[in-house]
Each structure stands twice: as C-alpha cells, then as structure tokens.
Design a protein around this ligand. Structure first.
Ligand code: NAD
Length: 350
C-alpha cells in the first residue's frame, strides 16, 4: 500500500484532493496533515472521515521536528503539498505568517523528504501545488505558459513563488522526484467565504452588500475545484520528475461580470425579481497592488496528459450555488466567531 501525506487536506482544494485520492485509490493510505487554521475545517471531509484508507493528523508544517517525526512514523512514499496561507488580503496585513507557512513550511517538508527518501528518490514523489499568481499580471493580451517568468506582486504570490523555487532547487540539487502545478482561481463547494464567489453567494442570500474591489475590472480565470483535483491526481501519477504544468479552464471573467451572472443565478434560485440582487453590488477601495488579469494556457497539460475541464463555468456555478443553498449549516458554522470579526475589520472602513 502506498502511503501519501496530503498537507492542507482540511482546506478548500485540499479536501477535494483528499476525497479524490481516498475514493479513487482504495489501495493508498492517505494521511491528511493539517494545522486546522481558520481555513481548515474537518467538516469538509465528513463523508469520507471513516474510510479505512484515511487518517487525519493535526500538525504544523512550520515545526521541523514534528515533520521529521511524522516521516519517521509513517514512512510515506509521497507528499501532495497544499498547506498554505492562501488569502491575498491577509498576506497584505501579515506577510510574515505567509513566509513561515508557505516558505519555511515547504522547506521543512523538502528537508524531511530529502533525508528520509535518500537512496529511493525514484520510487517517491513530492508534488507541490501552486498558483498562477506567481507569474504576476497580464495586460489585455496573452496567457501564462510554463515558460512565463516569475513576477509576483503580493506577499502571498511572493511566498508561493519562493516555495516553487525551493522545490525546483531540491529537484535540481539533490535529485528529489518533484513536480509542480500552477493553477488559476478555483471555485466550488467548501470554499471559505472570504473569497469572492462564496462571499457573494453568502451576502446575496442575506441581502447584504456585495463588496467588489475598484470598479470590478480585474480579470480572473476560473476553474471548478473538482477539475483541479482531477488534474492533480493525473499529474501526480503521470508527470515526469522536474515537470511543471499549468492548470486552467480558459475561462476568463471580469469580476463585475461574474458577480452580475451570480446575481442572476441567485435571483432565479431564490425566486427574487430579476435585477434585485444586483442592487447589492457595492464598489470598495481597490486592493493594494491588485493584479489586473490572470489567464492560464493549459495546452501542455492537455497535449501531454490529456486533461481538459469536465464542465462549463455556467454548469459549475449552478452546482456551486446549489451546494451553498443546500449546506446552510456548514456556512453558518464557518461564518460565526472569528469570521465575523475578520469580515467586520476588512470592510469596516471601505
Ligand atoms: P485554504 O486556505 O482553503 O486551505 C489551506 C489549508 O492549509 C487549511 O486547511 C489550513 O488549515 C492548512 N494550513 C495552513 N497553514 C498550515 C500549517 N502551517 N501547517 C499545516 N497546515 C496548514 O487554501 P486553498 O484555497 O485550498 O489552497 C490550497 C493550495 O492551493 C495552496 O497551496 C494555494 O496556494 C493553492 N492554490 C489555490 C488556488 C485557489 O484558487 N484557492 C489556486 C491555485 C493554487
């Protein structure tokens, strides 16, 4: 049986990756390592928590001794690394936390892999999950390819870029078997409502203002989270060591157009008058250093490994809205306590 540590498995994307590996690979033993920060929630994994090939371990990747012991105890064959501080606004407020988890935490995992897998790098794998934000911003034209130079602008993207470089350095220098993927913005179920789509769904439902940065002109490329998890599973099994793949859905939306579409879907689902929810759109002071446009060219992944998104954005958005409307209890849980305090601080003065 192959033992795989998935870090950050209680988070948004991590929970989908854990679910995919646990359900599609009963022959693997999956160890979900997560610190359970505000973004980690074991309720994201209720449906598989009793699976015989699944185990949860609470721990912090910043703690090098703990990571070393974890490798000693479990003798894993692979790591799929998603644990990170992931919210750009939070990185602007507290950059050091992002350096600790995203950079130091990644290097701790690389060191443990280097040491414990010595002599058997070929039969192991370090999979690092990263973001398209490392490439910086695009103008009106062009797409990010795997050859695009790194040009991160936020503390979040700078910390992810740094962690990508360390993974490549360990592959080049020590011969670690490592792969990286850089994905565009994800959306779907279990997404923490500090991010644009779940925040808008939550506020529309409650008839609260929907905060939109600047004039909503920024463009993001959206991918359904379950398609991302499927791409990770494929790359994990098929990619050669040292390779990087971009993952994206060729699905660019201006923030304001996306929010308008979401308002239409929500009006229909909630039986409200057409145009009612759009009244809630509230433009707020733009994020500092806000990148204008991200867009991924995923041709390499399509040509080499045959991956394409399974559903359109319109289908994915319907599914996502339905999930949030059907899972009020999950939303109530994550939007109480700390979330309320964060939300109030974030938008109080805008
Ligand atoms: P998330 O914030 O929802 O989840 C992060 C998880 O990591 C949480 O469960 C948290 O508890 C855990 N964690 C944080 N610090 C930790 C630490 N020190 N030790 C152990 N666990 C810790 O993030 P997400 O949106 O699911 O993103 C997952 C990964 O995918 C990240 O590496 C992110 O950079 C990358 N990514 C995200 C997107 C996106 O659109 N969300 C797009 C591309 C890439």
């Amino acid at each position: 049986m192959k033992k795989i540590i998935i870090t950050g498995g209680a988070g948004f994307i991590g929970s989908h990756v854990v679910r995919r590996f646990v359900t599609q690979h009963p022959e693997y033993h999956i160890i979900n390592l997560d610190k359970l920060t505000y973004a980690g929630n074991l309720a994201n994994l209720r449906d598989i928590e009793n699976a015989p090939n699944y185990e949860f371990v609470k721990g912090d990747i910043v703690d090098a001794d703990f990571i070393d012991k974890l490798f000693e105890t479990y003798q894993p064959d692979a790591v799929v690394h998603l644990a990170a501080e992931s919210h750009v606004d939070r990185s602007i407020a507290s950059p050091l936390e992002f350096v600790m988890t995203n950079v130091i935490g990644t290097v701790n995992l690389l060191n443990a892999a280097k040491q414990h897998w010595k002599g058997r790098y070929d039969s192991t794998r370090f999979y690092h999950v990263s973001t398209d934000e490392v490439y910086g911003t695009l103008g009106e034209e062009g797409l990010f390819t795997e050859e695009t130079g790194y040009d991160p602008h936020s503390p979040y993207s700078a910390s992810k870029a740094s962690s990508d470089h360390f993974v490549r350095a360990y592959q080049d220098t020590y011969g670690l078997n490592a792969v990286i993927s850089n994905c565009s913005n994800n959306y779907g179920s279990y997404h923490f409502p500090e991010k644009l789509i779940p925040l808008a769904i939550h506020n529309i439902k409650q008839k609260k203002p929907i905060p939109v940065y600047g004039k909503g002109e920024n463009i993001r490329d959206w991918l359904w989270v379950e398609d991302h998890a499927r791409a990770i599973e494929l790359i994990f099994h098929k990619a050669e060591s040292g390779k990087t793949y971009n993952i994206g859905g060729h699905n660019e939306w201006k923030n304001i157009d996306l929010i308008r579409l979401l308002c239409q879907v929500m009006d229909r689902k909630l039986g409200r008058q057409a145009g009612e929810s759009e009244q809630l759109i509230t433009f707020v002071t733009d994020r500092a250093g806000h990148d204008l446009r991200y867009a991924i060219d995923a041709t390499k992944l399509k040509n080499e490994l045959g991956w394409v998104p399974s559903i359109t954005f319109e289908e994915g958005l319907e599914k996502t809205v339905d999930w949030y409307l059907d899972n009020q209890e999950w939303l109530d849980d994550v939007t109480s306590g700390h979330y309320q305090q964060y939300y109030n601080e974030q938008y109080a003065n805008r």
